[in-house]
Ligand binder design. Structure first.
Ligand code: SAH
Length: 233
């Protein structure tokens, strides 16, 4: 069996982990050892008796910044190799392609920011890649890290019951997913599209592809362009 994917989280709120990752499929995968979790409390590496991890920004301005020396010490003592990233709104936007790339690492170290963020020098010194989960601002990197891990863990072998469900999902092949239906066939006068009940696999596959294309064209012209580019030889 493949070695467990190890997630090492650098945070000042270790109690937030595993959080929602402890439930459902990701929780089961954690219990089964498909992935493992270790948290490092950055505050344990503070130098003063108050456990200060932040200080005012050089040059002035609002808020506080995570100190380079405290976070640096936490990293020096606990970073044992593998990919290292920090959650940050100014990072590269997380995509399914990036999630797939990260799912290939044996060890993923994630630094969670708080306050106004992290002293830039730590990011440089440890060659940390910054990742954003979208163009909005959260209070902390812990929430973002859990979203990244949730997307990643479901791709690990043995986590999803039906591996083929990954293949037809949104963002695979740059197309959004087709609409899904289940029972009852008639719900308050709204019926399931007849084609899905015909039992003809090819016709159903064609209909679904058509629907995927239509939804992608309407909702995500950016993805539609990527799809067309990927088909060009
Ligand atoms: N002053 C910063 C925002 C800090 S928010 C700025 O303007 O860029 C505090 C922390 O929350 C960040 O250090 C980061 O770890 C996390 N965070 C906030 N929004 C995020 C996002 N969209 N993606 C990933 N992490 C985010």
């Amino acid at each position: 069996m493949k070695k467990a994917m190890k997630a090492k989280i650098f945070t000042i709120f270790p109690e937030l982990f595993p959080g929602f990752l402890g439930s459902s499929l990701t929780g089961k995968a954690l219990a089964e050892g498909i992935w493992s979790l270790e948290t490092v409390n950055i505050r344990d590496y503070a130098f003063d008796k108050h456990g200060s991890v932040d200080d005012t920004p050089c040059g002035g301005g609002a808020g506080m910044v995570m100190r380079a020396d405290v976070l640096g010490s936490a990293l020096k003592a606990n970073y044992k190799g593998g990919k290292i990233i920090a959650m940050s709104p100014k990072g590269k936007t997380l995509t399914q392609d990036l999630v797939k790339e990260y799912a290939g690492y044996d060890e993923l170290n994630i630094v969670c920011g708080r306050f106004e963020g992290i002293d830039e020098r730590v990011l440089e010194a440890f060659e940390i890649e910054e990742i954003s989960i979208g163009d909005y601002v959260l209070t902390g990197g812990e929430q973002a890290a859990q979203i990244l891990l949730d997307a990643l863990i479901r791709l690990l072998p043995g986590v999803l019951g039906n591996a083929s469900s990954i293949v037809s999902e949104s963002f695979e092949d740059y197309l959004l997913e087709y609409p899904q239906y289940t029972r009852p066939i008639d719900w308050e006068g709204r019926t399931v599209p007849e084609i899905l009940l015909c039992g003809h696999h090819q016709k159903i596959a064609d209909w679904r592809k058509e629907q995927s294309i239509k939804t992608t064209q309407e909702r995500r012209p950016d993805l539609w362009k990527k799809y067309l580019d990927s088909k060009r030889v």
